[in-house]
Design a protein around this ligand. Structure first.
Ligand SMILES: [Fe+2]
Ligand SMILES: [Fe+2]
Length: 140
């Protein structure tokens, strides 16, 4: 079975905002754990619990990221928050289709989460660090 794996690359993923970088590493680690579980054919409940853990972590992370953007007047906040909402909604909708009869959907969900984590960090989240760098904002 194909394994979806995220590897932290300091030069590509690091935003230079320590708290956010730490959370992104944490998120990647959780997604990788799910990928391992799915690749090894773990039981349905175990994979489902891991997916819930990822969604909870992501929801908390999004809230903290939005608070940081708000605090520093990031102009793209509204749009970024909409993107967070969309990701959570899509992931939740996908998870609702995951049941014991459709256990094979775990692969699809894992692929989706892997892709989202990578792309959102590299594009949307990177815009935050660019803005901070331009304004000389130092956030921890
Ligand atoms: Fe974000
Ligand atoms: Fe983020």
């Amino acid at each position: 079975m194909q394994k979806f794996y995220l590897v932290w690359d300091e030069s590509r993923h690091a935003l230079g905002i320590p708290s956010i970088d730490a959370e992104h590493r944490g998120l990647m680690a959780l997604v990788n754990e799910l990928s391992e579980l799915v690749a090894h054919g773990s039981d349905f409940e175990q994979a489902r619990r891991q997916m819930e853990k990822i969604l909870d972590f992501a929801a908390d992370h999004f809230r903290r990221e939005e608070a940081l953007m708000r605090r520093h007047g990031f102009p793209g906040l509204e749009q970024h928050a909409v993107e967070h909402e969309k990701l959570l909604h899509k992931a939740t909708t996908l998870m609702e289709t995951y049941d014991p009869e459709h256990a094979d959907r775990a692969v699809l969900i894992t692929a989706f989460l892997t892709d989202c984590a990578e792309n959102h960090i590299l594009h949307e989240d990177r815009a935050i660090s660019q803005y901070f760098a331009e304004r000389g904002i130092r956030a921890d």
